[in-house]
Design a protein around this ligand. Structure first.
Ligand SMILES: C[S@@+](CC[C@H](N)C(=O)[O-])C[C@H]1O[C@@H](n2cnc3c(N)ncnc32)[C@H](O)[C@@H]1O
Length: 283
């Protein structure tokens, strides 16, 4: 849920349908306002050129969920919901020269420009919706995302888009909130350990302004829903990683905390492949 303060004022929380357009618009409204605070609060944890999969701190440099680092060299990579493009910058540092990020929020992309200037590692980006990628079919060897875009839209259309822009043999690897979190209050403390809602309730979480317009939308998909959305997009699921909370991570990030993280999964990372082609990420 929208624990990261700094977004639009919320008048009411509803559980109701929210379609692709409304979802994308709400995210744009929310992240234009939340971007500054998000980067100020989490920038150090994310690092200017670091690929962190979620609040547990699972680092791609160790996990290699995108495949072996050697295969990143020369790969054509798209990062969706890139925010300030910290992951893309890390990919550049690993030799992936053709990396592009998209994000629905112009303000997040301004932070990408700020870090580009500061680090001298520039990532091309475009302001776009994950449900309508402005790229040709089969344009990428790898599509990746750390909590970017996918938790905030209906899964089917976004995964179909990701599959479309992947070449045969290319990989899609993305992290989202672990679906089990849905039934607990989004509270980092003990209150966040008691089931409050049904895991099976798929109604969308919609935060509205005083005029009833959605200003923050989060969709709920069960684990099975994600698997079906991935296979329905014509991809083959290769792995589902549930990062454990490391002993030395004391970070509290919205509803994610050491207390909850040691008891419950907080992040799900899905790794899938588009059938055909050579099978490796690099082209
Ligand atoms: C939790 S942040 C993650 C950003 C970045 N991946 C990171 O790890 O810091 C979620 C990002 O998804 C973006 N986003 C939300 N809905 C989107 C959509 N429909 N299309 C593209 N990006 C979207 C937001 O603007 C925001 O930058």
């Amino acid at each position: 849920m929208s624990d990261d303060a700094g977004g639009a004022p919320v008048h009411r929380v509803a559980r109701r349908a929210a379609g692709p357009e409304e979802s994308a618009r709400a995210s744009r409204v929310w992240w234009e306002r939340a971007a500054d605070e998000y980067q100020a609060e989490h920038g150090a944890f994310l690092r200017d050129a670091g690929f962190v999969w979620g609040p547990e701190g699972l680092d791609e440099a160790d996990a290699q969920l995108l495949g072996p680092v050697e295969e990143l060299r020369g790969a054509r990579v798209l990062e969706v919901g890139c925010g300030a493009a910290q992951c893309s910058r890390w990919l550049r540092s690993q030799g992936a020269e053709r990396v592009v990020g998209i994000d629905v929020s112009g303000r997040q992309l301004q932070h990408a420009r700020r870090i580009d200037e500061h680090t001298g590692v520039r990532v091309p980006t475009a302001q776009a919706d994950v449900q309508r990628l402005p790229f040709a079919a089969a344009a990428f060897d790898l599509v990746c995302s750390a909590y970017g875009g996918l938790p905030f839209v209906p899964a089917d259309a976004a995964l179909a888009e990701a599959a479309r822009v992947l070449r045969p043999g290319g990989r899609l690897v993305f992290s989202v909130s672990h679906p089990v979190r849905w039934c607990f209050p989004d509270d980092p403390g003990p209150r966040g350990l008691t089931v409050q809602e049904s895991y099976f309730d798929r109604r969308t979480h919609v935060e509205e302004d005083a005029a009833g317009r959605a200003v923050y939308v989060e969709h709920h998909h069960t684990l099975g829903d994600w698997v079906r959305a991935i296979t329905g997009a014509g991809l083959v699921l290769r792995d589902l990683v549930e990062p454990e909370w490391p002993e030395d991570n004391e970070e509290v990030w919205g509803g994610w905390s050491p207390l909850r993280g040691r008891l419950l999964p907080g992040t799900a990372v899905f790794a899938a492949v588009k059938p055909g082609g050579a099978g490796a990420a690099a082209g």
